[in-house]
Design a protein around this ligand. Structure first.
Ligand SMILES: [Mn+2]
Length: 161
C-alpha cells in the first residue's frame, strides 16, 4: 500500500494539488489536522476513496474526529493532531499515549516540522506542513508511507519543489 501522509494545510491547497499530481494513485490519504475548512476540497480533489482526517486546533467548526485508530495492513496507526499532548515541547506524552493504545505508528502534525523517528518499535511520524513550514529551509513537506503485510513500514519524507 502506498499512503500519502500530509498535515497542516490550513486551507491552502497549491502544494497539495502538486503532490496529488505527482503521487497519485495512492491507496490512502491521511491528513493529521488543521485543514482549516479544507476537508471538502481535499476529499473532492483526490481519486483516493480512503481519506482519514483528524481535527486540529484550528479546525474550530469541523465535525472531524479528534483522533483515529486505524489498522493498516496489520499495523496499528494512531492518528492525532498532537496539540493535546504538548507536542511542541516534545514527543514524550504522545509516545506514551501511542504505547497505551498499542500503536505501531503515531502520525501527528501541529509543529509544522517534519519528524521521523523509531523508538523501541514505535514509529513517530510528522509529515510537516504543506502550507506553512517552520523547519529550517521552509520546504513544503509530506511523507509517503509504504506498508506491506508482515514487513516494516517505510517512510519517505518528500518536499514540493
Ligand atoms: Mn497547524
Amino acid at each position: 500500500m502506498k499512503i500519502l501522509v500530509v498535515s497542516d494545510t490550513h486551507g491552502r491547497h497549491e502544494s497539495l494539488r502538486r503532490v496529488l499530481l505527482t503521487e497519485e494513485p495512492v491507496d490512502m490519504l491521511i491528513h493529521c489536522g488543521d485543514t482549516e475548512g479544507g476537508e471538502d476540497w481535499i476529499r473532492s480533489h483526490t481519486q483516493c476513496m480512503s481519506v482519514p482526517i483528524v481535527r486540529g486546533n484550528n479546525d474550530f467548526f469541523s465535525n472531524l474526529p479528534p483522533e483515529l485508530d486505524l489498522d493498516i495492513c496489520g499495523l496499528k496507526a494512531f492518528i492525532t493532531h498532537g496539540h493535546g499532548y504538548g507536542i511542541s515541547m516534545g514527543v514524550e506524552r504522545l509516545e506514551e499515549e501511542a504505547r497505551d493504545r498499542g500503536a505501531d505508528i503515531a502520525l501527528f502534525g501541529h509543529t509544522h516540522r517534519p519528524f521521523i523517528e523509531e523508538r523501541d518499535g514505535l514509529w513517530l511520524i510528522n509529515p510537516g506542513s504543506l502550507s506553512y513550514p517552520r523547519q529550517e529551509g521552509h520546504r513544503h513537506t509530506y511523507i509517503i508511507m509504504t506498508v506491506e503485510e508482515g514487513k516494516r513500514p517505510v517512510f519517505t519524507l518528500k518536499a514540493v519543489d
